[in-house]
Design a protein around this ligand. Structure first.
Ligand code: PFF
Length: 688
């Protein structure tokens, strides 16, 4: 272990470099179109509840988990997981493979941005007109047709069609930019992000101020913020909110593990994670203000001209928000070409550091594992990425981009992997090592709540969402993979194919011989005495018996047997979880090993609890979706919207203020007191 900690690994240079790089990865295209669009579509201000909850309860604790794992092991994701146990390595690769899927399409969106940047420049050089500019509802059609017909040559359906040669050059430009940002290693990245993070913030601020000072902006904000509470009863709202948390914080793709593996040995973990979480949220929220204020102003202009275009006419999907609605809205306003230039340049600077963060994590994982030179691995990854990118620059490419994105970033993809991460590190590793490690160098200490979040709360939430999705897929009347009349559903088959291929490829990768011979930790191997076997065995049996009873009871026609089985699932789950938690709490941080029975009983128990909740919610949500009510949007900001604005700004300003205060307070303390560097110490806060 000592060798590992003292190894000279390349580093970010400064704490700021790391924070900005991680913020750069987190803050991306997802913030400017993903978040505002999802918020608008799933309940307006009400969406903030699942989103903030997701950030606080799942996103932030997982970010700390990833930072501490990367920092502790000083390895990119696969080797970092392998450090726990050889068998865990696959979990690391899994995220890398899914990340790789993202870098096949994310640069394609950057390519669109490069093209639209070029059109804006042409507008500036020419007579100031943008090629999609038009008025009223006809103008909307013109903007739509410019993006979908002229630019994408878009065709509906699942066939790919011809390659759009006009997008090839922009795609190559996107990849060349990414290449040059990372080819020299993270030290250079740490410098580039001083430009690619503050610059889009500045431009977002310009767009927000401009939007808010235009007449009619408030009606746009009403669309954005006025809550539709009934949306909270829909499963999609929760799934999209949690999915957006994962995507936005770049969680479970191995990026944050890799980035923190390059972090200086004495650097903070906990406070950095909080700063990054809040900054990411702030960017999303403010991006939404910019987008909807501008759309509101657009609606106002068109109303004045007697050819009204409502916000709902243009804000339909993520891509059309960025490449139809916003361009159209800007075209209605003075200096449109200039502001369009600012907008697309903002998108590029937002997206580029997210895109190269994934490439870097794939690259570092391969380099760490094989020892092959970066100078060879990076061009190979880039060429493969460009090759796959051609799929999405075809006439049907945007459809496939949406399909693949939906699977990878949804409950079945990345959130399932987040569940695996929490289970592996929470139940099969010694979580206390990571907490101790994080606390030993952070501005403030994590309490026991973090262990509970990783072991219980996160797996139960993600497990529930996963099973809920599973029940829906299984009971899908149209057939999820194949319809009752025998027709295959191509998008779902491809999506599921990717999701099944990811663990298989990861499994194969985990057999590649590593350049490093890291010892695994005492969590799984040593010759320490095993404790808690009896209670572990009992709880394991409880979990197995109740699960079997549940499955058998489901086959019965008798509703009271069904109910008994369902109740057994909950009772068995709770009993197994509580007992194994007790064993883990008692033995896991001492000089002994915790029985595997207890560990697996805990995992089993959590799955039972999740399945119970999921079943319950599935039945409830089926009722809600059937009786779906039409949402009526108001055109004026209500008192509740103002209250939401105030609360959100208080969270952002108060949260960041607190983080900076803690950082300054810690920096002014005695160094020695602040960083007891030994990892093998007893945890600071063992007591309840
Ligand atoms: N967080 C980025 C965004 O919000 O656009 C996207 C992203 C970057 C996802 C890196 C995943 C990742 F590993």
């Amino acid at each position: 272990m000592a060798d590992l900690l003292e190894e000279q690994r390349e580093s970010w240079g400064t704490r700021g470099g790391f924070i900005l790089a991680a913020v750069g990865s987190a803050v991306g295209l997802g913030n400017l179109w993903g978040f505002p669009y999802k918020l608008y579509s799933y309940g307006g201000g009400a969406f903030l509840i699942p989103y903030i909850l997701g950030l606080a309860v799942v996103g932030f604790p997982l970010l700390i988990l990833e930072f501490s794992l990367g920092h502790y092991t000083q390895r990119a994701a696969p080797d970092a997981f392998k450090h726990g146990h050889k068998k865990f390595e696959m979990v690391g690769w899994w995220g890398i493979v899914l990340g790789f899927v993202i870098i096949t399409y994310y640069p394609v969106i950057l390519a669109y941005c490069f093209s639209f940047l070029w059109y804006s420049i042409q507008g500036i050089i020419g007579n100031g007109d943008l090629p999609w500019a038009g008025e009223g509802l006809e103008g909307v059609d013109k903007a739509k047709s410019f993006f979908f017909d002229n630019y994408l040559g878009y065709t509906e359906g699942t066939s790919l069609g011809a390659i759009r040669w006009n997008i090839v050059l922009p795609l190559l430009i996107a990849w060349v930019c990414m290449y040059f940002c990372i080819f020299k290693g993270v030290n250079l990245v740490g410098k580039i992000v001083w430009l690619t993070v503050p610059l889009p913030w500045l431009m977002l601020l310009i767009l927000t101020i401009r939007g808010l000072t235009l007449e009619g902006s408030m009606q746009g904000l009403a669309y954005y913020l006025d809550p539709t509470w009934s949306e909270l009863a829909k499963p999609e709202t929760w799934r999209y909110a949690f999915g957006q948390v994962f995507f936005s914080l770049s969680l479970a793709f191995g990026v944050m593990i890799t980035y923190s593996s390059f972090l200086h040995r004495k650097s903070d973990i906990n406070n950095n994670a909080l700063i990054i979480t809040i900054s990411d949220f702030a960017t999303s929220f403010i991006a939404g203000l910019a987008v909807f204020a501008t759309l509101g102003a657009m609606a106002f202009v068109t109303q004045q001209e007697g050819n009204a275009v409502g916000v709902e006419n243009v804000a339909q999907t993520g891509p059309s928000l960025a490449f139809v609605a916003f361009p159209y809205a800007l075209a209605q306003l003075p200096y449109s070409a200039w502001f369009s230039l600012v907008f697309f340049f903002t998108l590029i600077t937002l997206g580029i550091d997210s895109a190269f963060s994934i490439t870097e994590s794939v690259l570092a994982s391969i380099v760490d594992k094989t020892g092959w030179p970066r100078a060879i691995v990076l061009p190979v990854i880039s060429l493969i990425g460009i090759g796959f990118g051609f799929i999405y620059i075809t006439e049907g490419g945007l459809n496939w981009l949406g399909i693949v994105d939906g699977f990878v970033n949804g409950t079945r993809g990345i959130m399932f992997l987040g569940l695996m991460e929490a289970i592996v590190l929470g139940w099969l590793w010694r979580l206390s090592i990571l907490r101790r490690h994080a606390n030993s160098r952070s501005d403030w200490n994590l309490g026991r709540w973090w262990d509970f979040a990783i072991r219980l709360v996160i797996p139960i939430i993600l497990g529930t969402l996963f099973f809920w999705q599973l029940f829906e897929d299984i009971n899908n009347e149209e057939g999820f993979l194949r319809s009752p009349d025998g027709k295959w559903n191509a998008p779902n088959c491809v999506g599921v194919g990717i999701l099944i291929a990811a663990p298989l490829i990861s499994f194969i990768f985990s057999f590649i011989k590593s350049k490093h011979n890291d010892n695994t930790t005492a969590a799984t191997t040593d010759d320490l005495p095993v404790k808690g076997r009896f209670i572990g065995l009992v709880s394991f049996l409880v979990a197995v018996v109740t699960s079997v009873f549940f499955i058998i009871s489901m086959k019965s026609e008798n509703s009271s047997i069904n109910l008994a089985g369902f109740s057994a699932l909950a009772i068995g789950g709770i009993a197994a979880t509580v007992l194994s938690m007790y064993v883990l709490e008692k033995y896991d941080s001492g000089n002994c090993r915790t029985s595997w029975f207890a560990r697996w009983a805990g995992i089993f128990g959590i799955m039972e609890i999740s399945a119970f909740f999921a079943r319950f919610l599935y039945e409830k949500s089926a009722a809600v979706t059937n009786a779906e009510a039409e949402t009526v949007r108001s055109h004026e900001l209500t008192g509740v919207s103002y209250a939401i604005l105030v609360v959100v700004f208080l969270i952002i300003i108060g949260g960041l203020g607190w983080c900076f205060y803690r950082a300054i307070a810690a920096a002014s303390k005695d160094e020695a007191e602040q960083h007891p560097d030994e990892v093998g110490d007893e945890p600071k806060e063992l007591k309840w």
